[in-house]
Write a protein that binds this ligand. Structure first.
Ligand SMILES: *Cc1c(COP(=O)(O)O)cnc(C)c1O
Length: 558
């Protein structure tokens, strides 16, 4: 087939992910999991790794967010046209759902690196003439619908994905499950390999991404029996996926030879959650070129040639004169502030110290910690002026997440006149890139130990933005106090009651801002530049997806 010319050679790693964030124009991602998958694909292409990615087309979403004057979120379906960006392949495979044979097609997107290497990405699609309307919808809404809908999606991704790869002529040496949504692939491999469990384990790699219990999909066996309708032996499923409910994480754990969490701390937490399984750690990274703003790209090109395909070179950031580091930051900051003032009708100033916070809005991310004492914020801003930029979408069914946005709106109103606070609507990869490229400090205040890794802080570091974060996820590894940024709250090993911990975190947040961060920013410019350079030379050089993929190759794929 012409479209696949050149991408079928050799044996591949098949990278399965429910969401993939390649560009803002392909809205098939919801948050960090998807952008990580996108970064893994981009780095694989730069490194010329033999990778093929498999995901769903999510044709009607992920939703577009609008916010009213009180911060109430509404969601618009966001139909997009894959035809403009990718090619629909003529091949079909079939997957049984509720006794019906559902036809599955695939769109091919070729991600090409500046090195010329191409990573094919297959977007599975059940919107095929001849399928029942309810089956055509299976690949419409990322994380949409009810449990049954989700189960059907996972059936398409796992079973359909393996079949599609074979149908197209891909030869696969390892199947990498990026989160448990694709665990059915291991069942398909069991069938293909005559129930030889060792052989299947040898083929499978599993990465778990969250210590949040609700993040692990579980389905009742009645539902499973209804959807799979005799195509899979339920006894076999129970053996590997749990006796009372089908736990997709357990299924993947039991059928993979290599399992990892996404940061060292996450490995520890996961090892407790899944006692008896060996869990490794490969700390996440971000794609350096993608998340470095235009001005810094130019600067790195000038002093650190080759950095985009060899981000280790960022360790030599000291070759760049301080004034040019500051100049690049000033320009990116001006772009961000102009964007905010224009789109959100606010009055931010390019000369004022700016805090950024953007991520999925959900309770454990705790975006409101910064506002726990408005008077204290006001008083410190009298001496050293500060302003705040925030953004993020709440999942349509996450009422708590939506309320957080309304609370932030209310805080912003109360602070009006003292501290300019803006909430950008429609968070996506474009807005993320602008934000991490242009604020002064990147704030992260999750409830520990829920942040498996977090990646936006790594994006910020690539732009000389300094991290100020709770010690959770990747930051435990990246943090050197006063050198690469600052910690909020106790050391992860410290045992404190939740309430004590909260108090300590809020106290740290305010006192470090007031006595260390703001004075350094305004009064000790050289020291500030040192922090910015350390973000690049001590964080970005390491916390990138090139290093991450090298680790997957040597530890999991080979
Ligand atoms: C990087 C990114 C995320 C992940 O950010 P976290 O800090 O890990 O929560 C989420 N959404 C978008 C659009 C991103 O670019």
């Amino acid at each position: 087939m012409d479209e696949l010319q050149g991408v079928l050679k050799g044996q591949k790693i098949a990278y399965f992910s429910m969401e993939v964030g390649l560009t803002s124009e392909i809205p098939t991602y919801a948050g960090g999991l998807g952008t990580l998958a996108g970064d893994a694909i981009r780095s694989s292409a730069d490194l010329k790794l033999p990778l093929v990615a498999v995901t769903l087309i999510s044709k009607r979403n992920y939703f577009r967010q609008t916010l009213d004057a009180d911060g109430r979120q509404s969601e618009q379906s966001r139909p997009w046209n894959p035809e403009e960006l990718m090619t629909r392949l003529p091949n079909s495979v079939f997957v049984q759902i509720q006794g019906r044979s559902v036809e599955v097609k695939a769109w091919l997107y070729k991600y090409q690196s500046i090195t010329g290497w191409v990573v094919p990405v297959l977007f599975l699609d059940t919107d095929v003439e001849g399928n029942l309307p309810e089956d055509r919808e299976i690949t419409y809404y990322l994380y949409g619908g009810n449990e049954k809908y989700r189960l059907k999606q996972e059936v398409i991704l796992g079973f359909g994905g393996v079949r599609m790869l074979a149908e197209l002529g891909f030869r696969i040496r390892k199947f990498h499950m990026n989160e448990g949504h694709s665990s059915f692939l291991a069942l398909e491999l069991l069938k293909e390999n005559g129930l030889d469990i060792d052989k299947v384990r040898e083929l499978c790699v599993f990465t778990t991404h969250t210590p949040v219990e609700a993040g692990h999909d579980k389905f009742g066996y009645d539902l499973v029996a209804d959807v799979l309708n005799g195509t899979v032996d339920i006894g076999l499923l129970k053996k590997f996926g749990g006796s009372d409910r089908l736990n997709m994480t357990l299924l993947a754990l039991n059928l993979s030879n290599y399992v990892n969490g996404v940061a060292k701390r996450h490995q520890e937490v996961s090892s407790k959650m899944f006692a008896g399984y060996q869990i490794n750690a490969i700390t996440n990274g971000v794609h350096s070129y993608t998340w470095t703003g235009e001005k810094y790209r130019k600067l790195f090109d000038k002093y650190l040639q080759g950095w985009a395909i060899e981000p280790e070179l960022l360790a030599k950031v000291d070759l760049i004169p301080d004034c040019e580091i500051w100049q690049a930051h000033t320009e990116q900051k001006a772009d961000l502030i102009e964007y905010c003032n224009k789109t959100a009708n606010v009055n931010l100033s390019p000369d004022v110290f700016t805090i950024g916070f953007a991520r999925r809005m959900t309770e454990y991310k705790r975006p409101t910690l910064l506002f726990s004492d408005l008077n204290r914020l006001r008083s410190m801003s009298k001496k050293y002026k500060l302003q705040i930029i925030m953004s993020g979408k709440a999942h349509p069914r996450d009422g708590g997440g939506k309320r957080l946005i309304e609370q932030i709106y209310s805080f912003a109103k109360q602070l009006k006149g003292d501290i300019e606070t803006v909430y950008l609507e429609g968070y996506d990869m474009n807005i993320a890139a602008k934000l991490v490229g242009g604020v002064d400090v990147w704030l992260n205040t999750p409830m520990r130990p829920m942040e498996a890794s977090g990646t936006s802080g790594m994006k910020a570091a690539h732009n000389g933005v300094v991290n100020f974060s709770v010690l959770d996820g990747w930051w435990i590894e990246g943090w050197i106090e006063n050198l690469t940024g600052w910690a909020i709250g106790p050391h992860p090993k410290a045992c404190l009651e939740d309430q004590q911990c909260f108090i300590k975190e809020a106290e740290d947040l305010y006192s470090k801002l007031e006595y260390i961060i703001l004075p350094t920013f305004y009064d000790r410019h050289d020291e500030w530049i040192r922090l910015m350079k350390n973000s690049i030379g001590k964080i970005a050089y390491y916390f990138n997806s090139h290093r991450m993929m090298h680790r997957y190759v040597t530890e999991a794929y080979l």
